[in-house]
Write a protein that binds this ligand. Structure first.
Ligand SMILES: O=P(O)(O)OC[C@@H](O)CO
Ligand SMILES: [Mg+2]
Length: 236
C-alpha cells in the first residue's frame, strides 16, 4: 500500500535509533524514589523527546517536587549517572540497515534530536561512522523551541539546498512530542514507539510500526531494500 511520496528523511535519535530511553528511565526512577515517588510510564511519556530542561520541569511539576528540588538541580543530579551510561548506547533493531540503505541510494537524510551536543557525542561513542552518514545533525541546543514545536524539523529541512517542501519530508519518531512536532511542521511521520507506551498516545502519526525493521521504503516512494520482494499487485 502506497502511503506517500517523500524525497527527504529526518530521524529522531533517542528511543528511535539508539536504545537510550531505558537509561533515562533507570536514572530518573532512582531519583524519584529518593523523594518517595514513583516514576511511571505515564510520566515518562510526557517527558520523552523534550529538551532536557523542559523534561525536568515536567517531572518536578508532575511529581509535586516544587520546593524540594529545582529542574536545574534535577538535571545536575542525574548527569553523572547518565554520563557513565551513554557511551555504551546501542543501536535499535533496523536502524543501521535503514541508514546505510538510504546512504547507498543517495536519499538525503538528517538527524533532529532534542539531545544537546555533549550528550549526542557521548551517546554516539560507538557509532561515529554511522552517524557521520547524516547530511546534517541538529541537536536540541541549536534551537530555542523544542518538540512539540515544529522548529527542530523545519530547521533540519532548511539546511538542505534547495530546502524540500515539508510535505516531502518523512520524520521517524518514537515520542508523542516528536510526532506532534513533525505534524506541526507539515511533514509526514512514521512512529516507532516503545511497546509500553499507551496506544492512545500513538494515533497522530501517518504510520505506526513496532520496529524500524518492518519499515518498507517503497510505501513512501523511496528505493526498495535490495533484498525486498517485488510488491504484490492486487488480484484482478
Ligand atoms: O529527540 P530525541 O532524540 O528523542 O531526544 C530526547 C531525549 O533527550 C530524551 O527523551
Ligand atoms: Mg526520541
Amino acid at each position: 500500500m502506497q502511503l506517500g511520496q517523500v524525497t527527504h528523511v529526518i530521524f529522531d535519535m533517542d528511543g528511535l535509533l539508539l536504545d537510550t530511553e531505558g537509561m533515562y528511565t533507570v536514572v530518573q526512577q532512582k531519583l524519584a524514589s529518593k523523594f518517595g515517588k514513583e516514576f511511571t510510564w505515564a510520566l515518562k511519556s510526557k517527558m520523552m523527546g523534550l529538551k532536557a530542561i523542559e523534561a525536568a520541569r515536567v517531572l518536578v511539576s508532575e511529581l509535586d517536587l516544587e520546593g524540594q528540588i529545582t529542574p536545574e538541580q534535577f538535571l545536575s543530579d542525574r548527569e553523572e549517572a547518565l554520563d557513565e551510561m551513554f557511551p555504551d548506547a546501542q543501536l535499535l533493531p533496523g536502524a543501521e540497515r535503514l541508514l546505510r540503505h538510504l546512504a547507498a541510494c543517495e536519499v538525503p537524510f538528517a538527524l533532529a534530536t532534542s539531545s544537546h551536543l555533549r550528550h549526542f557525542n557521548l551517546k554516539t561513542t560507538l557509532h561515529g561512522d554511522l552517524f557521520s552518514l547524516f547530511d546534517h545533525r541538529v541537536t536540541g541546543d541549536q534551537i530555542s523551541n523544542g518538540k512539540p514545536a515544529p522548529d527542530i524539523f523545519l530547521h533540519a529541512a532548511s539546511l538542505w539546498q534547495p530546502p524540500p517542501a515539508p510535505s516531502s519530508c518523512l520524520v521517524f519518531e518514537d515520542a508523542p512530542s516528536g510526532v506532534a512536532a513533525a505534524k506541526a511542521a507539515g511533514m509526514r511521520c512514521v512512529m516507532v514507539p516503545d511497546s509500553r507506551l499507551d496506544r492512545a498516545l500513538c494515533d497522530g502519526a501517518d504510520q505506526l510500526l513496532t520496529s524500524l525493521e518492518s519499515f518498507d521504503p517503497e510505501q513512501w516512494g523511496l528505493p526498495p531494500f535490495p533484498d525486498a520482494q517485488p510488491q504484490q499487485r492486487p488480484e484482478a
